[in-house]
Write a protein that binds this ligand. Structure first.
Ligand code: FE
Length: 210
């Protein structure tokens, strides 16, 4: 089976947002799609282990911030590789609130959606939430496709994502986001000590090799 075919399924990179009581939270997701047009219904898959999963149920809906190609690495690092259980993810990320009180990112996005929860289906690792579109807004920018994230930004996938792939052995790897240095700027050892992970900002001395 050639699982590289899965890379040819086009998808994007998004922040699913919800409320934890009065606190805002969210996580990175890549499986968001419009599943019907009248009414407009949106599906999103969130891992059972993600704190946002329970928050979507409790808050009766969710938001989707559509990341653009200029999204800051900090956004991908904070939302993809930290847990909302112990991190106030929106403390350092500028955001607005939708009418239902869900967070949407102000920068590095080309639009957002707000949905009320209609139903959900439990899958082995994830919950597929179906929401009815209640509001939406666009802003300038090109959407960040998952292919762009992999090929241009060289980003990796969190363990909890449906598309997670095991890292290659023998490469210097970021312990937080899984980014693997490809040697394009010379040997890893020769990089300045001020060098940081281009995806999530971890320092050079945090990197490990197997
Ligand atoms: Fe990193």
């Amino acid at each position: 089976m050639d699982t590289m075919a899965l890379r040819n399924l086009s998808c994007g990179l998004f922040i699913a947002g919800a409320r934890d009581g009065g606190r805002l939270t969210g996580c990175t997701v890549n499986s968001v799609m419009q599943v019907t047009s009248d009414p407009v219904m949106i599906s999103v898959c969130v891992n059972h282990k993600n704190f946002t999963n329970q928050c979507i149920r409790d808050s009766g809906g969710f938001s989707v911030s559509i990341l653009s190609e200029d999204a800051a690495g900090e956004v991908i690092g904070v939302f993809g590789f930290h847990s909302g259980r112990d991190t106030d993810k929106f403390a350092s990320i500028p955001c607005d609130k939708t009418a239902m009180g869900f967070p949407v990112l102000r920068l590095g996005v080309c639009g957002w959606l707000e949905c009320s929860l209609e139903s959900f289906t439990e899958l082995p690792t994830h919950t597929m939430f179906i929401g009815r579109l209640t509001d939406a807004k666009t802003s300038p920018g090109s959407p960040m496709t998952y292919a762009y994230y992999h090929r241009v930004i060289k980003g990796k996938t969190p363990v909890n994502a449906p598309t997670y792939e095991k890292p290659l052995e023998g490469l210097w790897t970021c312990p937080l986001c899984g980014y693997q240095y490809d040697g394009s700027a010379g040997p890893f050892e020769g990089l300045p000590e001020s060098w940081t992970c281009p995806i999530c900002g971890q320092p050079k001395n945090a990197f490990r090799t197997s």
